[in-house]
Every structure is written in structure tokens, then in C-alpha cells.
Design a binder for this molecule. Structure first.
Ligand code: HEM
Length: 397
């Protein structure tokens, strides 16, 4: 029997700041949580080993884990929750649309939207950076990629937020707002798909419809599921990267100054933001056979938490892991995962964040918390980490 440790990710103090809770987990081999049937994989080397071994550690959720009515995919397979060969087929179909080259073409649009959002919402000396910026940029970009018309963006964002908040309810019953939003979003997408069949455009839905209609490689359910997945996997995560990154910079003014003096440090700063306060803190895997991780036994069918946020603070991998250092090098964090499920959207998230922080650094000579006593509310569940509000005081360049 592996050593057990008290670990309750539903505890409000864990939610407010998980990092002190990770420290004991980084001291030795994986442990089992008391009263919570999971093995906690926290050390960097263990996280990498489990994430790379998709044969032993499956991504397919066992039946009955999701509360009824809250599965936004309605049982259709999706990339992050499938194993090969299904996973490989789905990933191949969309890999081209998310390649760094294809994504780089979006730079001028991202730049224009970031500038507009700052013009509209950051004209004064204070700036609520979540609603005014971080919440909006990623959803506008993905909506444009999908060809959703501008007049539907607000509705689309509302559904997307509700669907993304879904994991906050696990392991309970589905929230009625979540259920309704999933149903409304699916209905909207079904008619969007029908329209693209008759009148294809240059957008991503049209490209996926073509893959469906010509090759029969992506069926309609999978197609809807894929679009829903993009919302869940791509919006809140990138919002959290921008929000958590701004918070780290506001709390570390000397690091912000470095970016002002040398904006070429911004890509490296984005990697440090991903490491320091990871938007995705952990994900699950399920053992396909009796196995062990660094000597800790795991039974067939049991659950592992693969804790990217903890691994990114492992002192065995990162010297002074608690320090936020925009020039950190090397910085081989695991915020986008590892192995066959490595984040499909990483080039997009990196590009959005780089452009967002370039726009911010150009505009503001200084940023600080508007109220140093402000009580932060962290939204979502223990799986993701992101702020609800971030009121900043800003000085213009
Ligand atoms: C900062 C932003 C982001 C973070 C931190 C992030 C994090 C992750 C992580 C940790 C995984 C691995 C899942 C696993 O191992 O089970 C993943 C997979 C994935 N991400 Fe992201 N993601 C981000 C942005 C995006 C964006 C913008 C998109 C798309 C628009 C996206 C789409 C996906 C997809 C489709 C997968 C599944 C890939 C697969 O299973 O092969 N992500 N992401």
C-alpha cells in the first residue's frame, strides 16, 4: 500500500493557493490521497514519465465519471480524452490548421484586437484586466477562426464560459446553466455546420466539414465535439495565461521593467508565466493494467492526477522554482503537457500571449495592483487556475 497524504483539492485554501500543498508531494515518490482514490503524480520526472506512457496511462474517462447531462461532447470521442488509434485519427485531421505556420498568419488580427480592447477598456489609470482584456481576446480569436459572425460573439462567449465552468461542478450533478448552455451551443453549431455544407467559407468549421463530407473521417458528432473542445481547451486556458501572467508582473515590478527595457524578452516571459502559475494545474489518467510509478503501485483502473502545476515548481528541475524570472533559461515546463497529447493549441496560445504582452508593455510604463489588499477570487476548479477579476493601476508610457 503506498504512503497516503492528506490532500483535498476541493478545500477553499487549496483553491486560493495550491503551491504550498504541492511542496510535500515533491519530496518523494507519488502518494495516494487519503479518502480520495487517486495517486498524486507531482515530481517533474514522474509527470513526464506518466504523460509519455499513453499505453499504460489512458486518457479515456471511465463510464459514469461525468454527471449526466454535463458531457458537452455527448459521448463523441475527442482528442484529449481518447487513446490511439482514435486519438491519432482526430489529431491528424486538424494538425495542419494549428501548425505554427498557419497560426502565424493570425498575428495581424490578434494585434488589432488586442489594441482595440486596450483602447476601449484601458484609457484611464485603472484597468480591470480580466473583463477588459484577458477574458475577451482568446474567445474573439477562436470565434473568428471558426467563422462565427461578430454579432454572435457575445452569445458565443457566454456559452463558452458556461461550458468551461463545467469542471467546477465535478464530481456533483450538472448545473442547469451548464446544461442549457451546452444544449444552446450544440444547436447553434449544428446549424452553422449545415450552412457551411451549402456555402463553404475559408473558416475552420468549413475545413472540418470538408474533412467530414469528403473523407468520412470525422462524423457529425465528432465535428460538433471538436468545436466544443476548442472552446473548452483554448479559451479559458489562454485567458488564464494572460491573467496569471499580468498578476505575476504586477507583483514583480522589476521583472515588468525588464520587459519595458527589452521587449525581446517577452517570449521568454510568456514561458515563465506558463511555468510559474500554470493555467492547467493537473489532468487525469487511468491505469490500463496493474503498474507502478517510481515504485508506487497503481491498480488497473485506478486514477492518477498528473500535476503539471506542481511539476513546474519542482526544485529538482527548476532552480529557485518560487522565483518569477522573465529571463529563466532553460525553462522546459510541462504546462502544455507532454507526449502524444501535447497541446494542439500551443502555437496559438503562445502567439496570443506574446502579442498581448507586447501591446501591454508598449502602452504602460508601470503596472501594479490597484488595491494591494484585494481579495482574489480564483474561478473554475482545481484543474484550471485563473482569476475572476484583476484590477490594475497603470501608468502610461
Ligand atoms: C495557455 C493556454 C493553454 C494551455 C496551458 C493548454 C494546456 C494543455 C494541456 C496541458 C494539454 C494536454 C492534455 C493532456 O495531456 O491530457 C492540452 C491539450 C490540448 N489543447 Fe491546450 N492549452 C492551451 C491553449 C490551447 C488552445 C488555444 C487550444 C486550441 C484552440 C488548445 C487545444 C488543445 C487540444 C485540442 C488539446 C488535446 C491535444 C491532444 O490530446 O492531442 N489548447 N492543452
Amino acid at each position: 500500500m503506498p504512503e497516503e497524504i492528506a490532500f483535498n483539492p476541493f478545500d477553499p485554501s487549496f483553491h486560493a493557493d495550491p503551491y504550498p500543498y504541492y511542496k510535500p508531494l515533491l519530496l518523494g515518490p507519488p502518494r495516494r490521497a487519503v479518502g480520495f482514490p487517486v495517486t498524486l503524480i507531482a515530481r517533474y520526472a514522474d509527470v513526464v514519465a506518466v504523460a509519455r506512457n499513453h499505453t499504460t496511462f489512458s486518457s479515456v474517462f471511465p463510464q459514469g465519471v461525468m454527471p449526466e447531462g454535463s458531457d458537452p461532447f455527448e459521448g463523441a470521442p475527442t482528442m484529449p480524452f481518447s487513446d490511439p488509434p482514435v486519438h491519432s485519427r482526430l489529431r491528424r485531421l486538424v494538425a495542419r490548421d494549428f501548425s505554427p505556420r498557419r497560426i502565424a498568419e493570425l498575428a495581424p488580427r490578434i494585434e488589432a484586437i488586442a489594441t482595440r480592447l486596450l483602447d476601449e477598456n484601458a484609457a484611464g489609470t485603472t484597468f480591470e484586466a480580466m473583463s477588459g482584456f484577458a477574458d475577451q481576446l482568446p474567445v474573439i480569436i477562436i470565434a473568428e477562426m471558426l467563422g462565427i459572425p461578430a454579432e454572435h460573439h457575445a452569445r458565443f462567449r457566454k456559452w463558452s464560459d458556461a461550458v468551461a465552468s463545467n469542471n467546477a461542478t465535478l464530481p456533483g450533478t450538472a448545473d442547469p446553466v451548464v446544461r442549457e448552455s451546452i444544449a444552446a451551443l450544440r444547436e447553434y453549431l449544428t446549424s452553422a455546420i449545415e450552412r457551411r455544407r451549402v456555402e463553404p467559407g475559408q473558416d475552420l468549421i468549413s475545413a472540418l466539414v470538408a474533412a467530414h463530407d469528403t473523407g468520412e473521417k470525422l462524423n457529425t458528432e465528432e465535428l460538433i465535439a471538436f468545436v466544443v473542445l476548442l472552446l473548452i481547451a483554448g479559451n479559458e486556458t489562454t485567458t488564464n495565461l494572460i491573467g496569471n501572467g499580468l498578476l505575476a508582473l504586477a507583483r514583480n515590478p522589476a521583472e515588468y521593467m525588464k520587459l519595458g527595457r527589452d521587449p525581446s524578452l517577452i517570449p521568454s516571459a510568456v514561458e515563465e508565466m506558463l511555468r510559474y502559475d500554470s493555467p492547467v494545474q493537473m489532468l487525469m489518467r487511468f491505469a490500463t493494467c496493474d503498474t507502478e510509478v517510481a515504485g508506487t503501485p497503481m491498480e488497473k483502473g485506478s486514477t492518477a492526477f498528473v500535476m503539471f502545476g506542481a511539476a513546474n515548481r519542482d526544485p529538482a528541475q527548476f532552480p529557485e522554482p518560487e522565483r518569477f524570472d522573465v529571463a529563466r533559461s532553460p525553462n522546459d515546463h510541462v504546462s502544455f503537457g507532454e507526449g502524444i497529447h501535447f497541446c494542439l493549441g500551443a502555437p496559438l496560445a503562445r502567439l496570443e500571449a506574446r502579442i498581448a504582452f507586447e501591446a501591454i508593455v508598449r502602452r504602460f510604463s508601470e503596472i501594479a495592483l490597484a488595491d494591494p489588499e484585494f481579495k482574489f477570487y480564483w474561478r473554475g476548479s482545481f484543474i484550471t487556475r485563473g482569476l475572476r477579476e484583476l484590477p490594475l493601476a497603470v501608468a502610461r508610457s
